[in-house]
Design a protein around this ligand. Structure first.
Ligand SMILES: C[S@@+](CC[C@H](N)C(=O)[O-])C[C@H]1O[C@@H](n2cnc3c(N)ncnc32)[C@H](O)[C@@H]1O
Length: 279
């Protein structure tokens, strides 16, 4: 099982941050001692985030506090520490240029990225269908749902839908809407021809086909030294799908980049997160 999702309705899963859901999931996954160890690890990671040498302590504290509010108020498809970890990379990133998010669901991750964009004087491009996932293109892709979500289920069209209005409202309430530019539509239609030259890209799009659309149109534009983060990193099938050598050669004319954290994630507290750097 990949995460403590709650089945919210027949067609939508999200990471529940309710104490009882998290506690139940932790106990199921790690047992009592293991859960305690994870809790200590989490507390330590937060302390490190807040007090890291050379970091702007006030900025880190502000990020942490604002993210906490978002975690409580918005249904998110990620764990709190995954975004604290990415926050470190964004706050430390020397390359100027916009941030791109592909896959925003209800806008919780978007609100967080907008706060980081504002703090680092960047624009945030928000790319999503605002209608949820498209239809999976092949059976193995659809079945990855079972691996990621731990249920005997498949990804399906319309899952993880957040309307433009919902997303905007969550950003207005908990993030910084003034730095956001919205790019609505399925990636295969919305990304061709777009000119962004991002310094940082985060994709959380579940399907290999969707991720490939992002790579095809945005990877060539990622600035040198820029970072590309992906969700779903712990799932081997996803990593094999997005790093397929033949696909990269045929579509981008290059070898796939090294992906740091593939198969395990960057931390036991952020098992879904890995990244690539544009060399
Ligand atoms: C798991 S949700 C994102 C979760 C969100 N990042 C969070 O942490 O709360 C996946 C999102 O990807 C979007 N998506 C997936 N494939 C897409 C595609 N081909 N075109 C546009 N949007 C897509 C869905 O609409 C959905 O909003």
């Amino acid at each position: 099982m990949g995460s403590p999702e709650t089945q919210e309705s027949n067609d939508s899963f999200y990471v529940s941050h309710k104490f009882m859901d998290v506690a139940k999931y932790m106990l199921e996954q790690n047992g009592l001692l293991g859960s305690f160890a994870k809790y200590i690890q989490y507390k330590k990671a937060i302390k490190e985030f807040l007090t890291e040498k050379g970091a702007n302590v006030a900025d880190r504290k502000s990020v942490f506090e604002q993210f906490n509010v978002i975690d409580k108020k918005v249904k998110c498809g990620h764990y709190p520490y995954q975004f604290l970890l990415m926050a470190k990379y964004i706050l430390d990133l020397k390359v100027p240029g916009p941030i791109v998010e592909c896959g925003c669901y209800k806008g919780g991750s978007t609100a967080k990225l907008s706060i980081l964009a504002k703090m680092t004087n960047r624009k945030l491009y928000v790319c999503d269908s605002f209608e949820g996932l498209p239809s999976p293109q092949f059976e193995a892709e659809a079945k990855m749902h079972g691996i990621v979500h731990g249920y005997n289920t498949t990804f399906h069209k319309g899952e993880f839908a957040g309307t433009m209005e919902e997303v905007k409202s969550n950003i207005r309430n908990y993030g910084c809407i003034d730095v956001c530019e919205f790019v609505p539509g399925y990636f295969e239609n919305s990304l061709p021809g777009i000119k962004i030259d991002p310094a940082f890209v985060f994709i959380d799009v579940d399907l290999v086909t969707s991720a490939r659309d992002c790579f095809k149109h945005l990877w060539p534009q990622l600035l040198k030294g820029g970072l590309w983060f992906t969700h779903e990193a712990a799932y081997h099938e996803y990593i094999y799908g997005i790093m397929d050598k033949t696909w990269w050669h045929e579509n981008l004319g290059e070898c796939p980049p090294l992906i740091i954290g593939a198969g395990t994630g960057l931390s036991p507290l952020a098992h879904a997160i890995a990244y690539m750097e544009k060399l």
